[in-house]
Ligand binder design. Structure first.
Ligand code: DX5
Ligand code: ZN
Length: 234
């Protein structure tokens, strides 16, 4: 029996005019026969047009999503100065927050603030950022988000060298903090998810692989089942 596979479907690839339907399709795929709803969360990509060259959604949309689903909301903040937004995300009902190491001047304070607001803190790393930079703060984190593409857009190709960082984190947590979770984001498909699972990833973000084939309940369920199978068959 291998480690559990938790999927975090990214709504970036869903129809923004029908997000409640996308959330319902994900929920149905989680709570049907097979894995319990606890193995799924919704990944919400927040982009500000500055930290990344794209603009998406903010706390008001998270608040609307919160009213339409009880899935955990995993908010990935690709923004400059995330501190200014944390209280709004907490009020909107976010459960997990990841901030980028590259965007935080006082990361220790930011992480403490996320936890004080009642959310689970994580730190995201761009592909070029060395994972060792996180070592001093790892004991304060619930998870690390390893970006396996350059952030900003869905549908990019997976960058395999980023798995070296996953392996480093997996070794570190065995010795120090087994509860630390490792999330990966970018280019996850049935072809790439197995290598990420083998490297030690627990939570798999997938956007185009889940919503790219349409966001109807059957399409979402099939895509999620295929990803789970590909991960655990590896
Ligand atoms: C990219 C985002 C991802 C994106 C992944 O900046 O952080 O969450 O939705 O999309 P796919 O799975 O299509 O690579
Ligand atoms: Zn993301």
């Amino acid at each position: 029996m291998g480690r559990p596979v938790s999927l975090a479907p990214s709504i970036l690839s869903a129809d923004f005019a029908r997000l409640a339907d996308a959330a319902a399709a994900v929920h149905a795929a989680a709570s049907g026969p097979g894995p319990a709803a606890g193995d799924v969360m919704l990944h919400v990509d927040v982009m500000d047009g500055h930290f990344v060259p794209n603009l998406t959604i903010g706390p008001p949309v998270v608040s609307s999503l919160r009213r339409s689903t009880d899935l955990p909301l995993d908010c990935h903040l690709m923004v400059e100065d995330p501190d200014a937004l944390l209280a709004d995300f907490a009020k909107a009902g976010a459960n997990l927050i990841s901030v980028h190491l590259e965007a935080c001047r006082h990361l220790d304070r930011t992480v403490a603030q996320i936890r004080a607001l009642g959310m689970r803190p994580g730190v995201a790393l761009n592909p070029h950022t060395p994972v060792e930079l996180l070592q001093p703060i790892l004991p304060d984190l619930d998870f690390v988000l390893v970006m396996s593409v350059n952030p900003g857009f869905g549908g990019q190709r997976f960058r395999p060298r980023t798995l070296d960082k996953v392996r480093w984190l997996d070794r570190w947590r065995r010795d120090h903090q087994p509860a630390l979770r490792i999330e990966i984001d970018g280019g996850m498909t049935v072809e790439t998810i197995g290598a990420a699972y083998q490297a030690g990833v627990d939570w798999f973000v997938a956007g185009s692989a889940i919503f790219g084939g349409g966001q109807g309940p059957e399409a979402v369920k099939d895509s999620m089942a295929a990803l789970r199978k590909a991960a655990s068959a590896s």
